[in-house]
Design a protein around this ligand. Sequence first.
Ligand SMILES: Nc1ncnc2c1ncn2[C@@H]1O[C@H](COP(=O)(O)OP(=O)(O)O)[C@@H](O)[C@H]1O
Ligand SMILES: [Mg+2]
Length: 403
Amino acid sequence: MTRIGFAYNQKPDSTPASPSATDAVDADDEPPGTRRDQRSRPSSAEHSNPFTATGGGTGVVAPPAPAPHPAAAGVSDVYAEWDAPETIDAVARALSALGEVVRLEADADFPARLRDARPDIVFNIAEGLHGPNREAHVPAICEYYGIPYSGSDPLTLSLCLHKGHTKRMLAAHGIPTAAFTLVESEADLERLAADPRTVYPRFVKPVQEGSSKGITERNLVRDAHELRQRTRELLRDYAQPVLVEDYLPGAEFTCGVLGNGPAARVLPIVGMRFDTLPAGAAPIYGYEAKWIWDRPDRPLDIFECPARIPAPLRTAIEEVVLAAYHALGCRDWSRIDVRLDAHGTPHVIEINPLPGILPDPADNSCLPKAARAAGLSYDELIQACLLHAAERQGVALERGSVP
Ligand SMILES: Nc1ncnc2c1ncn2[C@@H]1O[C@H](COP(=O)(O)OP(=O)(O)O)[C@@H](O)[C@H]1O
Ligand SMILES: [Mg+2]
């Protein structure tokens, strides 16, 4: 029987937490829906060592704790990108139709357990432990041992986690993305704010975060004063460069992609209905929309899938999404955010090669939602990703073909 290693990072089972304006958020910018994931958010006391706090029961000897984000002391978002037990169980169930599933929690012991288990292929959803290349670690370790794995390779995962590098790649391929400057210091900021050629409004965001960390309505800056104020805060709070972009005023979409090469296909497009935001709110799918205005008791009905848009626009979005997918070297699956500029031209905002895959439809997870609209169940979505990966690498699975 085919042995499928399953690599993941599980959120520590810990105290519930309530989101606050400085606290952040969920995996791969997924909306909270019922917020089941939040249940396991750690308290700040547990913040410093994921190796000992995972609750995975592995009894591992912890290597040095990853340093807490210097500016994040007291902000308990260190596990924000990891998956909840419900997601991990649902994925394992789906994979079990294609082989024997060997769970390989991506903790300190992962390399040794992977080497000993030597599965035929690894299904990877591990967001990684620490550092700007954290998403690349599991794939890199698989490559080191010569074990096939699903999804994008280390280079693509690291490039896509850095929105500036992503945009440079997009621009080099002639794919529309908002013009940007990278502000790395107070001096950079002052030069930009004092420059009379700087146009407003602009949109600012930390260059290397996901999950709407550091993205609120205030990131839409309308003048030099707001630019200085918000960018200074982001430099301080996230200790990384800040992207200062052209603001894209048009409609927003997010698109799931499945497959490889010429056969890669865009799933039904998810449209954002900003008219569901509170009156006067900026049309941004940021922190407030995900974490404050969308409550379990009063869900924000912001997604429309398939988006009701004219066919030419749908085609234009699909083209730009597939071009971005290929330009960044994405494999098997991804989710790509797109927004229209003032002329209605689709621009790529960012690429998520490790897309959020919350199993409960109430959680409003966009890739499973798009898959459902394409007639694929949650299990079929997970299986499709693995089947694409297996096909690409010549690995035989229990069941042969992509749904
Ligand atoms: N250049 C931009 N113009 C307009 N809105 C933007 C721009 N960049 C980001 N946004 C808004 O901010 C949201 C979050 O930005 P994104 O880069 O996707 O970060 P995250 O990784 O948190 O999803 C987007 O979904 C969009 O609503
Ligand atoms: Mg996004």
